[in-house]
Design a protein around this ligand. Structure first.
Ligand SMILES: [Zn+2]
Length: 380
């Protein structure tokens, strides 16, 4: 999910939302304003229902965030790096670049989210019960709805199949019992695949037999669950190998560089005898400056090539990725691509360029990892 807009940095953790969150917010606000609130607390003007409905949808989004912050804060407390939180159509996801080192950590991180939802659910229900009767009925109804929705969210996430939290919990328990992480991952992923099929099946029955449109949601969620579980099953063994790799083991060391102080014309002559299309650019004193591609150099007008320096054309940080040799490979997976400035990551140690990582380096490492794990991924 790349098309996200930032929502701030609570507790120093980057939070973003995918545009599909707006859809779910609009649906929830409409559900509250058009049917739940008018039925449970009749006799109010429409703007009261809409204002309360929109407020309810916003608070629901905040409680989704609380669920993800539960995961993120426990992960950070246990010493794991937390990349960011993304909210989207089917809830949220917390990106952890590293893998939990032991089953206890894995269990604690997984259980923290549903626990946050349970607490939020209990809190909203309690508030709805304890508020004085002078409080408008629409507020009480919204609080009760928020309470039950959070409880349902907690229970749903505890279903025992990957990629749900319950799947991670199941995985941690099997890992603890068998001391075999890969087997535990496979058990949780298979369970997630079955769970996805069952949910999609129930959704279909609901839709076709009872004509209930809510079935579409279940089919969608079930399909997504099964799809993610099968993807985990297929990539699990390779991912485990990748999770242990540092960039120093993946990168191309001592890469060929482009001298930043050269003119475009002078470097073009040099590049004619070389084999690469993208180069790390270094300054006269050897410091890495950015990266430059032949395509970017070719865009410099011919009459300007004798007076333009490579340094002036190259893509500099933060648009180009600069990282360290001890960073896990998983931290930059998915961040290298075809966009200008992202065809190479510069690996820098003590201010000096020690290597580069290209999508090719990553693909090669992935293929070697799959070759090394002789077990072919099985899909039930
Ligand atoms: Zn969760």
């Amino acid at each position: 999910m790349h098309a996200t807009f930032p929502l701030g940095r609570p507790a120093g953790i980057r939070v973003g939302a995918h545009w599909s969150v707006l859809l779910i917010m609009a649906l929830l606000a409409e559900l509250l304003a058009q049917s739940l609130l008018p039925e449970a607390a009749p006799g109010q003007p429409a703007f009261v229902y809409w204002a309360t409905g929109i407020a309810g949808a916003v608070v629901f989004l905040a409680s989704l965030l609380a669920h993800e912050l539960g995961h993120a804060l426990v992960a950070r407390h246990r010493g794991l790096a937390v990349d960011r939180i993304t909210l989207w159509l089917l809830g949220g996801s917390t990106e952890l670049p590293g893998e939990p080192p032991d089953p206890r950590t894995s269990f604690a991180v997984a259980v923290a989210g549903p626990l946050a939802s349970l607490l939020a659910g209990g809190g909203f229900l309690g508030l709805g019960l304890l508020l004085p009767t002078a409080v408008p009925a629409v507020v009480i109804v919204t609080l009760t709805w928020l309470g039950w929705t959070n409880l349902v969210l907690a229970v749903f996430n505890l279903l025992p199949g990957s990629p749900l939290d319950g799947g991670r919990i199941l995985q941690a328990v099997v890992w603890q019992r068998t001391a075999d992480k890969r087997r535990a991952q496979a058990v949780a992923a298979r369970s997630g695949n079955v769970l996805g099929l069952v949910l999609a099946g129930i959704g279909l029955v609901e839709l076709l037999w009872f004509g209930s449109f809510a079935g579409v949601w279940l089919v969608g969620i079930g399909w997504f669950l099964g799809f993610s579980a099968r993807a985990e099953l297929a990539t699990g063994p390779a991912r485990e190998v990748l999770g242990r790799l540092r960039l120093s083991e993946v990168m191309t060391p001592h890469p060929e560089t482009a001298p930043g102080w050269f003119t475009v014309r002078a470097f073009a002559e040099q590049a004619a005898t070389r084999r690469f299309r993208t180069y790390p650019v270094v300054s006269f004193d050897g410091r890495p400056v950015g990266i430059v591609s032949l395509a970017a150099l070719a865009r410099v007008p011919a009459q300007a090539r004798a007076s333009t320096r490579v340094e002036d054309v190259c893509v500099k940080p933060p648009r180009c990725l600069v990282t360290g040799p001890d960073v896990p490979l998983t931290a930059i997976l998915g961040r290298l691509g075809d966009r200008p400035g992202q065809d190479l990551a510069l690996v820098v140690e003590d201010g000096a360029l020690v290597g580069v990582v290209s999508p090719d380096d990553i693909a090669r490492t992935l293929e070697l990892a799959v070759l090394a794990t002789d077990a072919r991924p099985r899909v039930p």
